[in-house]
Structure formats: C-alpha cells, structure tokens
Design a binder for this molecule. Structure first.
Ligand code: SF4
Ligand code: SF4
Length: 209
C-alpha cells in the first residue's frame, strides 16, 4: 500500500503540517547533488564549479547523483529584499513560457489535498489583474515573451515575479530565463522544484517585509 495512504490512515488527515511541521516524503530529486568523489563530473549545464553546485543552473540530469543526499529538506529559494505584498490573501497567476510540463505539474499539485495551499490563505487566479505574484515556469520562448510581459503589465502593484525551476531562472541548457525580460524577485531552484520548495518560497515571499 502506498505510504501516503498509510500515513493518511494513521494521521486521520492527508494534508501536510508544513510549514508548521517538517516536509514529509520529500522526493529525492529535490535534494542537492554533490560532486562525485572519484573525479570530475562533466555537468551538461555548467552548474558545477570548484566542487559546488549552482542549483539555479542544475537540470537534475543525475550525472553527479552518486552522492545525492536524502536530507529531507527542500532546497531553499532566493527571496530578494524589498518586496512587499499588501494583501492578506495571496493570489498567484502562473504562466508557462516553455516548460516540459514538470514544473507546471508541481505548481498545480499545491491545490491537492496533500499540500492544500488554500489553508495558508493562498489562491490561484485565472487573470493577472487579480494576482499578487506571477509564477513563471519554463524557458522564455520567443513566442511567449510578449505574453509574459503583457501578463506582468496587467498585474496591479505591488507585484512580484517568482521564477520557478532552472529553466525560468537561467534558461537551463536550451534557452533563456526570465532575467532580462522581467525582474525576478524570487528564485525557486530545482528541475523541477518540489511542491514543498515552491510552498516555502511563496510563504517567504508573502511574509517578506
Ligand atoms: S546538471 Fe545537476 S545533476 Fe547534472 S551534473 Fe550538473 S549539477 Fe549534477
Ligand atoms: S526546470 Fe526542469 S522540470 Fe522545470 S520546466 Fe525546465 S526542464 Fe522541466
């Protein structure tokens, strides 16, 4: 039987206690890769330098996965200082500018009973005109650049941009990221980032002063 079913039966509820409790059942791909001990790793994304991994560039190809560390913690996002959201409830609008579908799917999972981000006063809106935060997933493809700018311009101020996943942060190995098109206030690394990492970033962005 699936572990989440057993956990749900044991707890009586399926929804995580995160951020009050620890993240549960964090999948391995959210953990940090480290350099292999037996020599240089040829990182296709150029994410390894001096033995350190730049998670904003890592595409989780797992060439250096021998020592993946199942530490159970989401990789921390970067939240720029100076952002401020005035509203108590927090509305997000997601735009897919060229994703493989995985980042998209992780953001969508925030609605499901496990993460249930509505309990934290967070909601999805179908129009940028009601959005506090713009979540961008995927590389910024030529055809979507104008739509991305239009969505940003339609949002009321104050507004923040959350680059979610390696593609939208740095362009990965195939394109360009949000940088240069829009100012990204929050960077959520991962390929894809786990829902916990995205949730953590949303909470920190909303509560930033
Ligand atoms: S892309 Fe990521 S997982 Fe692949 S070799 Fe580079 S650092 Fe390691
Ligand atoms: S960051 Fe990775 S998972 Fe997300 S859209 Fe790009 S390739 Fe897909």
């Amino acid at each position: 039987m699936k572990s989440w079913v057993i956990r749900g039966l044991r707890k009586g509820v399926l929804t995580t206690r995160f951020p009050k409790g620890d993240a549960e059942d964090v999948p391995l791909w959210t953990t940090k890769p480290v350099k292999m001990s037996d020599g240089e790793v040829r990182c296709p994304a150029g994410a390894i330098s001096d033995g350190a991994v730049d998670m904003n560039r890592c595409i989780s190809c797992r060439r250096c996965s021998e020592h993946y560390m199942p530490d159970g913690r989401p990789v921390h996002s970067t939240v720029n200082s100076g952002i401020s959201i005035a509203s108590r409830s927090f509305h997000i609008y997601m735009i897919d500018t060229g994703s493989c579908g995985a980042c998209n799917s992780e953001v969508h999972s925030l609605h499901n009973p496990v993460y249930d981000f509505n309990r934290l006063g967070m909601f999805v809106t179908n129009t940028p005109r009601h959005a506090d935060a713009l979540i961008v997933v995927g590389v910024v493809s030529e055809g979507m650049e104008m739509a991305l700018k239009a969505a940003y311009e339609a949002m009321p101020s104050p507004k923040i941009v959350i680059a979610t996943g390696t593609c939208s942060i740095s362009g990965g190995i195939i394109g360009k990221g949000v940088d240069g098109v829009l100012p990204a206030d929050v960077l959520v690394p991962g390929c894809p980032p786990s829902p916990y990492a995205i949730l953590d970033a949303l909470i920190r962005a909303r509560d930033a002063k």
